[in-house]
Design a binder for this molecule. Sequence first.
Ligand code: TYC
Length: 103
Amino acid sequence: MPGNTRTTEEIKTKDKTKLKRPDLYKVILLNDDYTTMDFVVYILETVFNKKPIEAIQIMLHVHKNGSGLAGIYTKDIAETKINIVHELAQKNEFPLRCIMEKE
Ligand code: TYC
């Protein structure tokens, strides 16, 4: 078959490389002594799209254990959500912090 010498295996390998999934990052919420529980639940519902019951569960987990998972996102989305949390916290004079960790 002149002009078309690529094997099926070569074609498969190339396609796999092209479709590689993006790296994902955990956004982790940190506990502090001053941010109100209501504000943390509000953040989890509005920024991280959690339903009310799950937002309360995550908030209580962070309160008891010091940190907890708010969500898993691509780099850009994780960074944007962290910036939004820090802006809302600053505006409301709370020290609430979150960080990202590569999955
Ligand atoms: N520890 C806070 C309090 O007792 C509540 C809180 C929970 C703060 C989770 C931050 O990420 C947090 N008011």
